[in-house]
Design a protein around this ligand. Structure first.
Ligand SMILES: Nc1ncnc2c1ncn2[C@@H]1O[C@H](COP(=O)(O)OP(=O)(O)OP(=O)(O)O)[C@@H](O)[C@H]1O
Ligand SMILES: [Mg+2]
Length: 548
């Protein structure tokens, strides 16, 4: 293979002046974006006060008391800035901010000079700097825009450290973090962890339509940028990061500057946030972290207390319809409860029956199973004796019927026994169980089958039974309608249990419920109904065609 020698060719990036012609479309096109850029310039110029006036003719005038402009050419130097080195290191100016006002006509006045930028002045045309007949202090910008109302300015001024006055009224000014913030001078920020409910309205997400439930709020000298980062499962925490003006690697993504650049500094910030989150929880002495996170904190040198015992009483859950509830007696302690052994053979069925046993059985000492997420395994409080085996005994079958989404079987009696790892057996009669495999007919192993005893009718609510038939189907009728239909199905089932005629008898009696003072009712095949009342008078209901 002959390697041919190629002539080396080199290229180099360059900026084509055509870019300048697109300046007005390259940068932030929102009012908020313009406010941010202009306030930022004032602050960078060392201003402490910015006065914004909306004039009746639609002009907006912004005047700051900063150092002013010596070199007007810097204003339109795309990519170039006139700020000092400290600022270069902390804020990394891009030299594009002022172009957010393009293609408007803008008059800039400072240090006895003034310049009007308009039309092709934005895109390379020659501009003339004039003497200012009425020199102003600091820098003054004047341009046509929609009103810079205080409600929009406020949001971008409150944490800027500037006194900002809109039409004569001063905007609120607050520190972004409290004295409790931890300083990271080498990284250029300070950071404070707080609980969501402790944040004031200015930090609150709803006020700044831009961020919703984001956990990290970064204050770039007034401009708040947010992102989602959840180093710990405590959803209640918010992280406030306040840039100090010291050198930092945290950068905003151009041109919108509403997002952080994914760089090394951001990675470092995330690890700082994680550490500070653990330290916050350590100071608070209360958390619900998983055991894995607890170990992670330990590895980072933060010794946390154990998580607050977090458990759910009972083993079954459902919004609605709920299963029969397991109640933990008052003064009962978690260490006397049981967890379900997930290696238990009959798994789901056993879990359901252990729950039903606890909810509906009667015992000398309470039997309280609890559900604890396996992510808490490792904490001492999560180490409870377990329910290892569940047995069900069913009496003679009395009746069976298909209702809702499965088969309901009524048997003479039901007894459940739960064997626990501490050598106990909790055994009781119950009105309902889910038949384990051994009780199911062949071929029906995976169908919904529920066993009840006759007294389930009295002891359980319809919805407690409905729970075991998959309950509400959210693609169908309303909850109430479906609950009613299930109750109808169930009523018919109970009636059929009494005998084949019972359902009809009850239905007829139900219909006569509103009729008072009758002793007998004769229904004839031709549709006539003759009611004999207690006073021996008769009343006949006659169908229309017989009457006619
Ligand atoms: N209010 C002001 N006071 C003094 N100088 C200003 C003011 N506004 C702008 N300047 C000068 O004009 C230059 C250009 O401003 P512009 O906002 O376009 O870019 P920048 O602030 O350097 O960078 P960025 O793109 O981050 O805003 C600034 O570098 C600064 O020298
Ligand atoms: Mg700027």
């Amino acid at each position: 293979m002959g390697k041919e020698r190629k002539q080396m060719q080199t290229i180099q990036a360059k900026v084509n002046p055509r870019l300048l012609t697109k300046a007005s479309r390259l940068f932030t096109g929102t009012l908020e974006g313009r406010i941010i850029e202009i306030l930022q310039n004032a602050r960078r110029a060392g201003a402490t006060r910015v006065e914004i006036t909306n004039q009746p003719d639609g002009m907006v005038v912004v005047q700051d008391n900063g150092q002013g402009i010596d070199d007007f050419s810097k204003l339109l130097d795309m990519g170039g800035s006139g700020w000092d080195e400290t600022l270069e290191n902390s804020e990394d100016p891009a030299g594009v901010g002022l172009f957010c006002l393009a293609p408007r006509q803008v008059t800039v006045r400072s240090k006895g000079q003034m310049l009007t930028i308009a039309g092709d002045g934005w895109t390379g045309g020659l501009l003339t700097i004039e003497d200012d007949p009425e020199p102003v202090q600091g820098t003054m910008l004047c341009f046509q825009d929609e009103p810079w109302t205080s409600s929009i300015v406020e949001l971008n001024a409150v944490f800027s450290g500037l006194r900002v006055i809109v039409n004569g009224e001063e905007c609120p000014s607050l520190p972004f973090v409290s004295e409790k913030a931890v300083e990271y001078p080498e990284l250029g920020y300070r950071i404070e962890v707080c609980q969501t409910d402790q944040l004031d309205g200015w930090h609150n997400s709803s006020r700044r339509g831009r961020y919703y439930s984001e956990d990290v709020l970064v204050n770039f000298h007034g401009q708040v940028v947010t992102f989602d980062y959840r180093p710990v499962t405590d959803h209640d925490l918010r992280f406030l990061v306040d840039l100090t003006g010291e050198a930092t690697g945290i950068r905003l993504m151009l041109p919108a500057r509403t997002q952080l650049v994914e760089n090394e500094a951001l990675g470092k910030l995330k690890s700082v946030i994680e550490l500070e989150a653990f330290r916050f929880l350590q100071r608070r002495q209360r958390h619900r972290l998983t055991y894995k996170e607890y170990l992670r904190a330990k590895k980072l040198g933060v010794k946390l207390p154990e998580a607050v015992p977090t458990y759910h009483v009972g083993l079954l859950r459902g919004d609605d319809p709920q299963p029969a509830q397991v109640i933990m007696p008052e003064d009962f302690t978690l260490d006397r409860c049981y967890r379900f052994n997930l290696n238990c053979e009959g798994d789901d069925t056993d879990e359901a029956n252990a729950h039903l046993l606890a909810a509906l059985g009667t015992f000398e000492t309470p039997f309280v199973p609890v559900d604890i997420s396996p992510s808490y395994d490792g904490y001492s409080w999560a180490n409870l004796p377990t329910i290892d085996r569940v047995e069900v005994e069913a009496g003679k079958k009395l009746h069976e019927g298909y209702i809702w989404s499965g088969t309901l079987v009524c048997v003479e009696s039901l007894v459940v026994a739960a064997h626990t790892s501490d050598g106990k057996v909790f055994r009781s009669a119950v009105p309902i169980v889910i038949p384990p495999e051994g009780l199911r007919e062949e071929g029906h192993e995976h169908e919904t089958v529920v066993y009840v005893t006759p007294n389930a009718r009295e002891h359980l609510s319809d919805s407690e039974i409905w729970h075991h038939f998959d309950g509400w189907n959210n693609g169908g009728d309303s909850y109430e309608t479906q609950a009613y239909q299930f109750s109808e199905d169930l009523d018919r089932f109970w009636d059929q249990l009494v005998g084949p005629d019972e359902h009809l008898r009850r239905r007829i009696l139900e219909q006569l419920d509103s009729l008072t003072g009758w002793q007998s009712v004769h229904v004839h095949a031709d549709g006539r109904v003759v009611i004999r009342l207690k006073d021996d008078t008769e009343q006949a209901l006659v169908p229309p065609d017989v009457a006619g």
